[in-house]
Design a protein around this ligand. Structure first.
Ligand SMILES: [Ca+2]
Ligand SMILES: [Ca+2]
Ligand SMILES: [Ca+2]
Length: 200
């Protein structure tokens, strides 16, 4: 049994021999050794040039250096011309096979399948089934719109959208006591137990 091999050789227990470690050239499958390691063939999906093994985007062979490979170099179909997954798409594919890229849920930017979302477009939030407008930047807003910046069209009971729909306000005397009020007796009369500014 060999205890240590020459530099660039590794010991194989199975074969009881010292063999050249071709992996010293990244992604190299077979090689020989003269004064240096000469790669002869590369792993599947890698191509030899100047003793270097490089992947090729668009060959339809997904390799570890690519996020996807859909067998073309077109953008806009989920897998980009440089084999990265494009926003609003997810790609399935095992190493050495061709990737299939499909759309995320509507308004979803990043996902790993068709039924969930890891990040919605700006202004939207994922509610465990789809991406909906995120009203929370406007306090007490329950219904909002994001077609032209965030506007609020409906507020919690006792609160009302202001003129430009940018916030929800409450009003003393509407008979609905909200958190900011100590009381609201439905009028703005003083000296009846609840003042005109809804304090006791
Ligand atoms: Ca490829
Ligand atoms: Ca493509
Ligand atoms: Ca009130």
């Amino acid at each position: 049994m060999c205890l240590s091999c020459f530099t660039n050789y590794t010991y194989s227990i199975a074969n009881n021999t010292c063999t050249i470690d071709c992996s010293l050239v990244n992604y190299c499958a077979s090689c020989n050794f003269t004064s240096t390691i000469n790669c002869l063939t590369c792993l599947n999906g890698f191509y030899l040039s100047s003793n270097t093994c490089s992947s090729l985007c668009g060959d339809g062979i997904l390799v570890s250096t690519e996020q996807c490979d859909d067998h073309n170099t077109a953008n806009g179909d989920g897998c980009s011309a440089n084999c990265t997954i494009e926003p609003k798409y997810y790609c399935t594919g095992v190493i050495n096979s061709t990737s299939a890229c499909l759309s995320c849920l509507p308004l979803c930017l990043t996902c790993t399948n068709s039924s969930s979302c890891n990040g919605c477009e700006v202004g939207y939030t994922y509610n465990s089934t789809n991406c909906t407008i995120d009203c929370s930047p406007i306090k007490y807003c329950t219904l909002c719109d994001f077609s032209n910046g965030l506007t609020c069209t409906s507020c919690l009971i006792g609160y009302y959208p202001n003129g430009n729909l940018s916030s929800c306000f409450y009003t003393c005397g509407d008979g609905i006591r909200v958190a900011e009020e100590q009381c609201d007796d439905g009028n703005v009369t003083d000296n009846d137990g609840c003042s005109s500014n809804c304090t006791l």
